[in-house]
Design a protein around this ligand. Structure first.
Ligand code: MG
Length: 220
């Protein structure tokens, strides 16, 4: 019998059919006169980070700098994301919850919203590897570099190794940073998840391409 893998799920455009920073921008820039221009630029930077045309650190830093993020924006963000789970993930939430012990979520986003959102799937908030925010003196929130292992290129792989997750490990995601986990040897298999978005440079490198949660779990 094959050993049960540890499943490592990406968050944005995998568990949820959205990119959290794009959603955050919609909230943060509501009422901003230059809103449409800034939103378009933020979406462009997100895409460049996802398909490997810009480093993750730079992509994240540039987007955060364009948003004056404040704590009151987080609850509406969590509600928006929790309303947009990938359809097969929401349908399969009981199955995910039943195997929660072996499910981790790894994200270039932030604990502050990933944890409350995945809790609604019955997943464990203690099994999240992501970045953290910290308050500034002026009440804004910014990236906490000392607690943000996924904000640097290759950081996800390093953080997964440091957490010493059981093997074999299967990484499931849509982006180039997710594939890097496999390339760097921090997982045995990479499943390119295409239900939300299909990125050809990622799909072409994947061990398996899966269009639904059932297809993902069938590879285990
Ligand atoms: Mg993603």
């Amino acid at each position: 019998m094959k050993p049960s893998p540890t499943w490592i799920f990406d968050f944005d455009s995998t568990l949820v059919a959205a990119e959290a920073l794009d959603e955050l921008a919609e909230i943060a820039l509501a009422g901003d006169a230059g809103r449409e221009t800034r939103l378009a630029r933020i979406r462009e930077i997100t895409a460049m980070g996802m398909d490997g045309r810009m480093s993750i650190e730079r992509s994240l830093g540039e987007r955060l700098a364009m948003l004056a993020l404040r704590p009151h924006m987080l609850p509406p963000l969590v509600d928006r994301l929790a309303a947009r789970f990938a359809p097969s993930v929401w349908q399969g939430r009981a199955r995910l919850a039943a195997m929660a012990e072996r499910v981790w979520v790894v994200s270039g986003g932030f604990h502050e919203w990933v944890e409350p959102v995945i809790a609604r799937l019955g997943l464990r908030t203690t099994q999240v590897i992501a970045n953290r925010l910290r308050p500034t003196a002026s009440g804004l929130l910014e990236l906490d570099p000392a607690a943000s292992p996924c904000a640097v290129d290759s950081g996800m792989a390093t953080a997964i190794e440091a957490a010493n997750l059981g093997r074999p490990r299967v990484m499931v995601g849509d982006g180039m940073t997710d594939w890097r986990v496999r390339e760097l040897g921090a997982c045995e298999r990479f499943v390119c998840f295409t239900e939300v978005v299909r990125r050809d440079p990622v799909a072409s490198r994947a061990d398996v391409v899966a269009g639904s949660l059932d297809d993902v779990l069938a590879t285990g």
